[in-house]
Structure formats: structure tokens, C-alpha cells
Design a protein around this ligand. Structure first.
Ligand code: G6P
Length: 614
């Protein structure tokens, strides 16, 4: 959370920073700001405002600044309320250093206290200003910004990234990374640094992903990286980004979320064409022989993730247990990492994350590695920290996802985890070749089936029209579609702010049934499955109490259609694959309810796409 950007080069800086912040705004939108060295005046110009980037843009319109170096920030508040004073960039007390920050400085309170004793004045409640002032304190002594940052970060606890400059050296940006992401974009006579490659794509595809404890010195002509870990100057690998910049645009859709939902069939096609070979084997190009060998020997599996990715992990666990017969647990990263998990070299720990930067998932990965487990990252963002730190990675190929509510990345995670389960099952010979061929035949139908469902948009909207003023929704599912119930409820609450609760249908009698009356909508996910009859019984129980039934089931299930107030059919498929389809109506339902309520679909309040604080 929080997006940071820096630029040094021949272009006029402020428009570059603002354009970058537009791409990073999904990371936080409590306030935004830019600081640069004004070419004419020679001093620091600082413009920051509470609220979204649009407020800042309006303010910037009043200024005409020519600058060739600058930094920008879009904030998700941690320390200090969203306000202009707490907005970044922050300037140190001497007025010489401007800094933007993503993450948390854990020992900021004691450092602030000791700086205050030295008569340093603070203007905000943020931990960031402590970082700026500590650097400023050492800069006053050494007059060398690089040395001052190096010294200061050694005293700061927590996980964070900084980008800063001093008005006394108008040619140089300094960037520092500890856990939170920073990527440098390499240009001709200009260079960039940002939290995320999407901000760099309009200018360059050549990037350097900084590693932890890297301190980069960035000028228009060159980039040098010093590793505080190895205590030496290092040469970091230059990667080429293959993402298409147009993927990060709305392309005529009113919201990124809607656009991303419509991209789902293509994402599925891409995954299947990349990972299925000749309809009879699964191929993960990023898993080497040694890693595959280790997959044959594992005794247990854990699926660890947060938010939507956690729901994908729940289905991944079912697939692993069903096809590989290995025991598999699913846990949210924050519980796993503090739970002192019992792990050894026979454990496979799968970290599922769209961004590859979620702080708790990253910490869970480190915990698993420290205990000797084999770690595998299932990640969307190429080159992200989780992808780089795990023993192996499988990419989910969903392309950039900008809408805060995850859609296409979720179905990409589901598909990838199911394929992973099939793959491990073949390695361990717990399914036969002909079984696998049958499974893959059905899998290959999924992209077209998903495309067909997108055409039902009008029906989803009509259903949302009926219910958008309601404040409570219950989602029920069983087995493979219990995770779908959780995901459907999460989608609705995230973007519409209505209360929505996902529950295992078998547990309805143990509590939620008390909620049911003629005003309670219950979304029942009941495709053909081994528990279909049980779901029907649950729906009867809801009907008997006058509840409103919105059902999702397999096409042709007349009895279900009759029982439901609204029925959304999915094409016939295997139970294990059904969650890829059943989630689609739920995404649309949530989307339309949010739009009808006038919510900010792509940037819901209080949320951020990438949660890089614990
Ligand atoms: C945030 C996002 C969710 C996402 C979760 C985990 O809460 O708003 O959409 O599912 O983080 O993120 P990750 O990047 O690890 O999948």
C-alpha cells in the first residue's frame, strides 16, 4: 500500500510523476503529493492534498513548475489520519530533503522523541517524517546524502521503501528497499523508480527489481546499486517487461473491474495453452527438474494467502487432497506466520498472491523457508518479492489487475492451483494418464463456457436492481463451492459496503438460519456436485422460512430453477472446475450493486490493492 514514484531526466517532471501516480493509485488513495526541484527557483516545490489524485491534479493546474527531478506519492494511511499534513512527500526540518515512503517504521516513536530532544520540529503524525528527519540529521553532519541514508536506515526497524532527493544535489535520487517493492525503469538520458512496473510502462520496458537492503543512486545518466547486505556495489540484473501498457487502461469500460471480468476467458485460454501440452500433460516452464523431483517426495502441503487469494487456496487444498491424496491445510498468512507452524523439508508451502508483495504472505514465506519447507509461489506480478524469494514460482498470467476487487487474478489462481494438483498427482502417480486426459478435456471447455456467461450481464444487472438497497446478504456453498460463497460475499462487501457473509451451507442450521425471513437474500451456489442434494435441502429450508433465494446451478436443473427467485445457470462441468464459472455471476452481482449504490468500484474506501503493511 502506498505508491511511490521518482523521476530524473530531460522531461518536465511533474506530469511524469502524476501520470505514474495514476497507475499507482490503486495502492492507496487517502492523499497524494509531489515534490520536485524547481528549475527556475532552485528550491523544493511541494504540492500535496488530502483525497484522491484528482484533487492533487486540480491543485497542480494552478502552478507552472519546470523541474527535472522529483518524487510522488499516493497514500494509504497507517500512521496519522488522511490529511494534508500527513500526506507525502515529507520534507525534513532543514527544508533540504524531500522523501516518499511505503511501509512502516516500527520504532518511529522513540526516534521521534530523541530527535525532538535535539530540537527537530515535526509537522505531521507520520512515521515517514521521522525517516526524513533522521536522514536530515545525519546529512547535516556528513553533507553526503548517500552516507546519511545508509546510516539512518540502519537505525530504522520495520519494512519499507524510500525515494528521496536533496535540493543541494539536484541531479540525484536515492532509493532504498527493505521488503516493500521498488523497481527502477531505465531510460535514455532519464531514469525512473516506482513501486510497480505499471507506472514505468509508458516510458520503458527495461527494469531492475531492487533487492532487499539495496540502496540505489539514480541520476539521469546512470543507476548504481549498493547492497547493504553484501556491503558492496553490485550489478543487478536488467529484466524486460512483457506486459502490454494498454492492458493497464480501461479500454472503453466504465471501470477496471468490469474490464477485468471481461478478460477472464482470455486469461483462462492463456493459462491452459501455456500449461497443457498435447492434451495429456501439464508443463510449468518455471519448475526445474530438481524442484519436480522434490514434489515427488513431499508428505504435506500448505496453501497460504490473504483475501481473495485465500479463497483460491481453499479450492487448491481440495484439489490437492482429492487428486494427490496428500494432506493439505489452508491458512491465512497472518495466522500461519504467528502460529509457529510445524514444518520440515517434507512440507510444500504454496504462497498464493496476486501482487507478490503482501506483507503477511511474504513473512509467511520467510517463516516457511526458515523452517526448511519447500516453498512455491503462485504469483501474478512477474519479478515481485514473493516470486523471487520462493524456491520456485508459477506465474498466473492474468496481466495487470488494477481494480482493487480481484476478479481475473482469482480465476487465474483457481485454474493454476487445479493444474498444480493434477501435475503433482501425475508425478506421484495418484491419477492415471487417461484420467488426466479426461480432466483436461473438460478443462479446455472452460474459457468458452466462461465467455458465454459474460453475455448474461443484463440478467445479472436486473437481479442487482431488485436487491441493491438491501444491507445484508448471505452466501452459501458446499465443498468446492464453499470458497465461492466466501469469495462472492467478499466481492460484495468490498465494493458495495453492504454486509455479506459467506458460510458453509451445512453450517446454516448452526446459526445463520436465524437470520432468514422474507427480507433476507440468500445466494446459494449449487452446481452439480456430490453435495447437490444437500444444497437442495438447504434451499428448501430457506424457502420454508420465506427467504429470498438467488441460485447458481447447472443449466437444465429445473427443480432448482423453480425453487429460486432468480436462477443463474452455468454450463455443465466437473465439480472441481465449477468454481471458475460459479464465481462469475457473483462478480457481476457485486459489481452492479456497487454501481447502483454509486460506490467507487475500482477504489473502494479504506482498501488497497497491495497490502504491504502487516
Ligand atoms: C488486498 C486486496 C485483495 C487481495 C488481497 C491479497 O486485500 O484488496 O484483492 O486478494 O489483498 O493480495 P495478494 O496480492 O497477496 O493476492
Amino acid at each position: 500500500m502506498c505508491g511511490i514514484i521518482g523521476y530524473v531526466g530531460y522531461r518536465n517532471t511533474v506530469p511524469v510523476l502524476v501520470k505514474g501516480l495514476e497507475k499507482l493509485e490503486y495502492r492507496g488513495y487517502d492523499s497524494a503529493g509531489v515534490a520536485c526541484i524547481d528549475y527556475q527557483k532552485g528550491g523544493i516545490s511541494l504540492i500535496k492534498e488530502k483525497g484522491k489524485l484528482s484533487v492533487l491534479k486540480e491543485k497542480i493546474g494552478d502552478f507552472s513548475i519546470e523541474a527535472h527531478i522529483g518524487i510522488g506519492h499516493t497514500r494509504w494511511a497507517t500512521h496519522g489520519e488522511p490529511s494534508r499534513a500527513n500526506a507525502h512527500p515529507h520534507i525534513d526540518a532543514s527544508g533540504k530533503i524531500a522523501l516518499v515512503h511505503n511501509g512502516i517504521i516500527e520504532n518511529y516513536a522513540e526516534l521521534k522523541h530523541s530527535l525532538q530532544k535535539k530540537r527537530v520540529r515535526f509537522l505531521s503524525q507520520t512515521d515517514t517524517e521521522v525517516g526524513a528527519n533522521l536522514i536530515g540529521h545525519y546529512y547535516r553532519k556528513s553533507r553526503k546524502l548517500f552516507d546519511a541514508v545508509k546510516r539512518a536506515v540502519g537505525e530504522l526497524h520495520g519494512f519499507f521503501a524510500f525515494v528521496l532527493f536533496s535540493k543541494e544535489d539536484p541531479e540525484t535520487l536515492i532509493a532504498y528497499k527493505r521488503s516493500n517493492p521498488l523497481v527502477i525503469g531505465l531510460g535514455q538520458g532519464e531514469n525512473f523508480v516506482a513501486s510497480d512496473v505499471t507506472a514505468l510502462l509508458p516510458y520503458t520496458r527495461q527494469v531492475i527489481y531492487l533487492e532487499d537492503e539495496d540502496l540505489a543512486v539514480i541520476t539521469a545518466k546512470e543507476v548504481s546499486v549498493y547492497s547493504l547486505k553484501s556491503k558492496s556495489w553490485v550489478r543487478r540484473h536488467v529484466s524486460t517487461v512483457h506486459w502490454d501498457a494498454s492492458q493497464a487502461q480501461k479500454q472503453g469500460f466504465p471501470h477496471f473491474m468490469l474490464k477485468e471480468m471481461h478478460e477472464q476467458p482470455e486469461v483462462l485460454k492463456k493459462i491452459l495453452s501455456k500449461k497443457i501440452q498435447k492434451g495429456k500433460s501439464i508443463f510449468f516452464d518455471t519448475l526445474d527438474k530438481k524442484f519436480q523431483q522434490s514434489l515427488r517426495k513431499i508428505k504435506r502441503v500448505s496453501m497460504i494467502s490473504c483475501g481473495t487469494a485465500y479463497h483460491a487456496g481453499l479450492l487448491g487444498s481440495i484439489a490437492i487432497e482429492q487428486y494427490t491424496r496428500l494432506p493439505c491445510r489452508t491458512q491465512v498468512s497472518s495466522e500461519f506466520r504467528y502460529g509457529d507452524p510445524i514444518l520440515d523439508h517434507e512440507d510444500l508451502v504454496v504462497l498464493i498472491t496476486q501482487s507478490g508483495e503482501t506483507a503477511d504472505t511474504l513473512a509467511a514465506l520467510r517463516e516457511a523457508r526458515s523452517k526448511g519447507a519447500i516453498t512455491l509461489a503462485v504469483v501474478n506480478v512477474v519479478g515481485s518479492t514473493v516470486a523471487r524469494e520462493a524456491d520456485a514460482v508459477i506465474y498466473t498470467h492474468a496481466g495487470p489487475e488494477i481494480g482493487v476487487a480481484s476478479t481475473k487474478a482469482y480465476i487465474a489462481q483457481l485454474s493454476t492451483l487445479i493444474l498444480l494438483a493434477f501435475h503433482i498427482a501425475r508425478l506421484r502417480k495418484t491419477i492415471s494418464l487417461s484420467e488426466l486426459k479426461g480432466l483436461l478435456r473438460e478443462f479446455k471447455k472452460i474459457p468458452d463456457q466462461c465467455a458465454k456467461m459474460l453475455k448474461e450481464n443484463k440478467k445479472f444487472e436486473e437481479c442487482a436492481q431488485k436487491h441493491y438497497t438491501r444491507r445484508n446478504f448471505l452466501y452459501l456453498g458446499r465443498g468446492c463451492n464453499y470458497p465461492t460463497a466466501l469469495e462472492g460475499a467478499l466481492k460484495l462487501k468490498e465494493i458495495s459496503y453492504a454486509h455479506a457473509h459467506g458460510y458453509a451451507a451445512g453450517e446454516m442450521k448452526h446459526g445463520p438460519i436465524a437470520l432468514i425471513d422474507h427480507e433476507q437474500p440468500v445466494i446459494c451456489i449449487a452446481p452439480d456436485s456430490t453435495t447437490y442434494d444437500k444444497m437442495i435441502s438447504n434451499i428448501q429450508e430457506i424457502r420454508a422460512r420465506d427467504g429470498i433465494v438467488i441460485a447458481i446451478g447447472t443449466k437444465g436443473r429445473k427443480e432448482l430453477e423453480k425453487m429460486a427467485d432468480d436462477f443463474f445457470p452455468i454450463p455443465k462441468t466437473l465439480e472441481i472446475l465449477s468454481p471458475i464459472l460459479t464465481v462469475v455471476p457473483l462478480q457481476f452481482f457485486a459489481y452492479h450493486i456497487a454501481v447502483l449504490n454509486g460506490r467507487d468500484v475500482d477504489q473502494p474506501r479504506n482498501l488497497a490493492k497491495s497490502v504491504t503493511v502487516e
